[in-house]
Design a protein around this ligand. Sequence first.
Ligand code: AHR
Length: 500
Amino acid sequence: MAKLTIHPDKIQSKINSEIYGHFSEHLGRCIYGGLYVGEDSPIENVNGMRTDVVEALKEIRVPVLRWPGGCFADEYHWKDGIGPKENRKKMINTHWGGVVEDNSFGTHEFFELCRQLGCKTYINGNLGSGTVQEMSEWVEYMTFEGVSPMADLRAKNGHEEPWHVDYFGVGNENWGCGGNMNPDFYANEYRRYQTYVRDYKAGSHIEKICCGANVDDYEWTKEVLKTCFNHSPEALHGFMDGLSLHYYVHPEGWEIKGSATQFDDAVWYKTMSKALFMDELIRRHGAIMDVYDPDKKIGMIVDEWGTWYTVEPGTNPGFLYQQNTMRDALVAAITLNIFNKHSDRVKMANLAQIVNVLQAVLLTDGDKMIKTPTYHVFNMYKYHQDSMLLDSSIETELIGVDDTYQVPNLSESVSLDKDGVMHITVANLSTDTAYPVEADLGRFAGTQISAQILTGEIHDMNTFEAPETVHVQDFDGVAKTQDGVSFTIPASSVIHIAVK
Ligand code: AHR
């Protein structure tokens, strides 16, 4: 029996809803065909946005959306994507699949999508190949309220009112596709570019995100923070609100990656082990951030995370289209538990990517759409958004097929929402063993229990032919005990229990 100990009186930190954020890039069928089909499409849409996709995304309460990239961001020139569509520049998307980008989805369309989703906006600017003036004018175009060349241009293009930019990324992966910069060079560029990401509207602040490290490049974190803050430590807040981190799980390494659907138990545990590495990354990058920012005012922004496999057979290798199984559901569940537990430092995270790319929550094929196992995890975990993390721990044992990739059998996190409801999420990483769990809820007064489960054989997935193979079910296996509740979690499963 695994004991889950919860201290309802020990509130740790607020779980920012943005931890459940998403990422959309001009890549493959993420934007075109996935989110946006255009006003004239026979696929049901509102102002060009797919109705089925928007409705599904509203259900999981997408809190924030990052756009337009990714690597695409540092090649994107925003003026190509405004004005009458027939006049917009056509170009080749050199990064992703060599297809024609007709710029029919641009700034206005992005804000319209976020309006329909009811989510916050995260724009990623171009530092790698764009100018300071270009970045500065984009911010002016989006947010300036008075009379100015860019505000006038926005009005001429049909949007009199300024929009609200919640987050602005000053470059993306500038250690790689965003310009191959050294950390001190980037940090100085960051200092310069961010100066012109102005808060035009009184009382409103654009949170500025500095490009952080690739995986475990701790030198990048150290150097960027050193260069940024040596010269103006007093300007800490406002100068940098967030520092990003990118980490993808490639089960068989960057070169081979591995199939999304065909894997054995050994690869399953390898995938889990690599997903759990997120915890070490947050701790170690966080320790460096603590040196410069002991009060944790700067958020760690994990704005790209998820599984990255070999593309589905027969699809464009540059489109990064992959299927999604119970393995992805488990990766999502344990990663979100990790983010919850580090919500004192992690202020936003964006799954890569929202539709049809990498670990997508939705897949589309023409007018058809399916929800992936990962989608269902986000749906079960949405109750953690803006709730308070509670101190909790669970007894675990190490499991795996051999000594190489041993992982703890269980993962959990617990929060208390604003209505006083306790939300417990537990994941069982085993391919074949169920575990009984006894949860001690401390002095928590709640007595009404409801629970849901996502469970299946490790390879289970949803397809366009069988869209409901993996779905959330009510779980009636939770029993009240003297100190709390007990239940048995089946192999390869994720459970959400609400107690009020
Ligand atoms: O998400 C796909 C790509 O991965 C992004 O464009 C880039 O930032 C990262 O390398």
